[in-house]
Design a protein around this ligand. Sequence first.
Ligand code: GDP
Ligand code: MG
Length: 442
Amino acid sequence: ALTDRLSSVFDRLGGKGVLSEKDVDEALREVRVALLEADVALPVVREFIAKAKERATGEAVIRSVRPADQVVKITYDGLVEMLGGEGEAVGLNLSLNPPTVILMAGLQGSGKTTTAAKLGLRLAKERKKVLLASLDTRRPAAMEQLATLATQAGVDSLPIVAGQSAPDIAKRAISAAKLQGYDVVILDTAGRTTLDEAMMSEAAEIARIGNPSETLLVADSLTGQDAVRTAKAFHERLPLTGLVLTRADGDGRGGAALSMRAVTGLPIKFLGVSEKIDGLDVFDAARVAGRILGQGDVVALVEKASQDLDVAKAEAMAKRLAKGQFDLDMMSEQLAQMKRMGGMEGLMGLLPGVQKIKKQIAEANISDKMVDRQAAIISSMTKVERKKPDILQASRKRRIAAGAGVEVAEVNRLLKQHRQMADAFKMMSKGGGRGFAQMAQM
Ligand code: GDP
Ligand code: MG
C-alpha cells in the first residue's frame, strides 16, 4: 500500500516540473500516511514530517529534476538520518579490560537467548573467547536452551547450578570469566510477558553487579507500538547502550526500528533476521530506510535523483559560463563535482569533442589529491578574492598559501589553471554554446 501511495503522489507531481510548497505539503501528507502504515509511532511521524518539510522548502527547486525524485530523495535522506545516519558506529563496544560484560534485557519471547548465542557466534568468529550464562531462573529449561545454543555457536556456557538466584549467577559468571581468561561474558536474563517492577528491579540489580559495557535491549519488531513502549520503560530503568530488533525477517515495514530509535535515541546495533544461529545482521540505516519507504527500487531512484541534481547544477553553471562568468567559486564547485563523478580519467572518457580542454587539463596534471589541495587553496580565499582573482597580489597569495598549507607556487599554478579554463570556456561560448551542460560537469 505504501508503494502505491507514494508512487501515485509522485506520478501526480511528476508532470508539474516544479516543487511548490503546496506540492511538498501534499506529498508529505501521503508520506505521513505511509509511515503510519509502516507502524511508525505518531510523535515520530510528526517529527519526521516537520523535518522533511523544512528540508524540502529550504532546498532550491531544481527544474530539470523531476519533483517526484526530489521528494523521494528528501524523504529517504530524512529516514536514513533519523535511523542514525550512514556513519554511525555500530557493532559492540568491548572493554579494554576484559572480560567485557554484555547484558541482554527484554520481554520474554523477544529473542534474548537466541540473540545471546548469535552474538557469541559473531564474537567467536572474531577470535574472542566467549562465555554465555543464563540468569533465567524462571522459565523451565531456559538454562538448557542457552547451553544447547552455545554448543551450536561453538562457545562455552556457564555450568548450571540449581537453586541460585539471578544476581548470584551473574557474580559466578563474571568471576569464572575472570579466572578462566574469557574475553566476553554474555548475561542472558529472564523476561516477563509484560513489563513489571520485579523484572525491572532484578535487571537493574544485575546491571549494578555486572557493570556491563553493553546493555542491549532485545525487542521483537513485530510488536510495533508495544516495542516502543517497552523500549521507553527499559530505558528509564537500565543504562541501555543499544537495541537489537529481532524477527526483522517477518517485518516488511521497519517502522518499529524508526520509532524505537527516535524515542530512545539509542543506536540500533543488530537486526535478527532468522531463527538460525547466524541470523544476525549489523544494522544498516540505508537498507531499513528503503524498506520503510516500501519501494524496492528506492535506492536506485535515490541514486538517480542525486545524479540528476548534479546535472541540474551543471546546467545552471553552463548558463553562467555562457555569460562569460567563471570565478574561483565555480572552479571549486567543478572540482568537487569532478571528484564525485569518478575523477578526471573516468570523466574524460565520457566527453568526446572537448579535446582542447582535455589537453589543458592533462597539461595541468590534475589528480584527485591535487583537487583536494586546490579546493583547500580556494577555500582559504575571501569571497571577494574568489570572485575577482585579479586582486591577488603577493601578500594575499602568501596568506592564502599559509592558510591552505601549500607553497605560493601552488597558488600561482591554480590561478594560471583557472585563467586557462576561463579562456577555454569563453572560446566555447563563442563557438555557439553547444555541449555546455557536458562541459560544466567537468
Ligand atoms: P527470549 O525469551 O527473549 O529468550 O526469546 P528466545 O531467544 O527464546 O526466542 C523466542 C523465539 O523467537 C524462538 O523460537 C526463536 O527461535 C525466535 N527468534 C528469535 N530471534 C528471531 C529472529 O530474528 N527471527 C525469527 N524468525 N525468529 C527469532
Ligand atoms: Mg530466554
